[in-house]
Design a protein around this ligand. Structure first.
Ligand code: ATP
Length: 363
């Protein structure tokens, strides 16, 4: 069992609260991703789990055992770092074997374990090379193999792909997903890249300013963001936000919102205590926008494309609407020209509502 449980964990550096009251449970075998902007505390959280830094408050349990006061070496975890941390003068074999040599395992056993790990990361033919002869992706695979031989209960990975170029990052993302499937181990992975989080995680933990904003499966966060922060962080291009003022309730679980530049927009909401006159925010994902006029179930408005990005599969249009930037994403390559106004529509059910505190109030 390598379940991870954090109970009311806080970390302060002097007067600065790097983490505030974090409670979380990561299941055995789960691939959890901590994601958030720079400085949100995600690396700090990983270091606390690894035992590289002590917690200021709270408890950490791994596999049901309280490890809060245990040294790093006494915890059933192995960490993979962004900069690989390989020994340049040692061969790939010796780099992978290093943790086992430290444990004074037999030569035969070391040979078997290194061969097995090298096979998992597909480096069996490179064991005699020095790290300098390997590509960035291969070096990262050596670092992962070195973690594998330790047979940790939990793999901890701190931005392991951020030194790689875009194409290699994409390749390594699917390799890590496959690795996780093969090993079935618990993995906790830190990244600032929401795309990595969305593509690899069973569950995403969104951190901001040292606090957990939301925990959920990638599609849960995408469809039901708890608040403005998560709504703006998950999804690419990011959600458009439109400031509005709450009007009256319109029928069952529908709310009228006056949004400058958009007129009166009637949107589904959860029936909570939004009052007439409250400042609210509407959210529209770029991919919810299609070309065309309004229907009973949708709102429509016009935009004037400023920058048009043609990606083949999609076209991303950056424009201004109601004096604010607005981004739309269309399938394929519709005939659009910068400066030429277009009519677009958005289904009402795909318009998000956030109350004056930024809390998601969609139905
Ligand atoms: P990044 O993606 O930039 O690495 P992060 O989310 O991983 O960001 P952390 O490294 O966890 O952020 O740092 C969280 C906050 O704690 C930051 O504001 C950082 O400056 C602060 N911090 C981290 N380590 C220390 C330290 N040893 N002493 C003082 N402040 C620290």
């Amino acid at each position: 069992m390598a379940e991870l449980e954090l109970s009311r964990v806080s970390k302060t550096y002097g007067a600065f609260n790097a983490l505030r009251d974090v409670s979380l449970k990561i299941g055995d075998g789960e691939f959890a991703v901590f994601v958030g902007p720079s400085g949100c505390g995600k690396s700090t959280l990983l270091r606390l789990v690894a035992g590289l830094d002590p917690v200021s408050e709270g408890q950490i349990a791994i596999g049901g055992n309280d490890v809060t006061t245990r040294q790093a070496g006494q915890r059933p975890v192995a960490m993979v770092f962004q900069n690989y941390a390989l020994y340049p003068h040692m061969s790939v074999y010796d780099n992978i074997a290093f943790p086992l040599q430290m444990e004074r395992r037999s030569r035969q056993e070391i040979k078997q374990e290194v061969a097995r790990a090298a096979q998992v990361v597909q480096l069996s033919t490179r064991l005699q090379d020095k790290p300098a002869k390997l590509s960035g992706g291969q070096r990262q695979r050596v670092a992962i193999a070195r973690a594998i031989v330790r047979k940790p209960g939990i793999f901890l990975m701190d931005e392991p792909l951020s030194n790689l170029d875009a194409a290699l990052r994409m390749e390594m993302r699917s390799e890590l997903t496959q690795l996780h499937r093969r090993l079935g181990s618990t993995m906790v992975y830190v990244t600032h890249d929401q795309l990595e989080a969305m593509t690899m995680a069973d569950r995403i933990v969104v951190l901001n300013g040292g606090k957990v904003e939301q925990v959920g499966a990638p599609m849960e966060l995408y469809h039901n963001p708890a608040n403005l922060f998560v709504a703006g962080f998950i999804g690419s291009p990011p959600m458009n936000f439109i400031a509005g003022v709450a009007g009256s309730i319109a029928g069952e679980a529908m709310l009228r919102v006056e949004a400058p530049g958009f007129g009166e927009v009637t949107v589904p909401y959860d029936g909570s205590a939004v009052r007439t006159g409250d400042k609210v925010t509407l959210g529209i994902r770029p991919e919810a926008v299609t070309l065309g006029d309004a229907t009973d179930d949708s709102i429509s408005f016009s935009i004037v494309p400023d920058i048009i990005e043609r990606l083949g599969l999609h076209t991303i249009v950056h424009s201004e609407s109601g004096g604010r930037p607005f981004t739309a994403l269309f399938n394929g390559d519709p005939r659009l020209r910068p400066g030429e106004q277009i009519h677009v529509r958005v289904p009402r059910t795909q318009i998000y509502l956030f109350d004056q505190d930024g809390v998601g109030r969609s139905r």
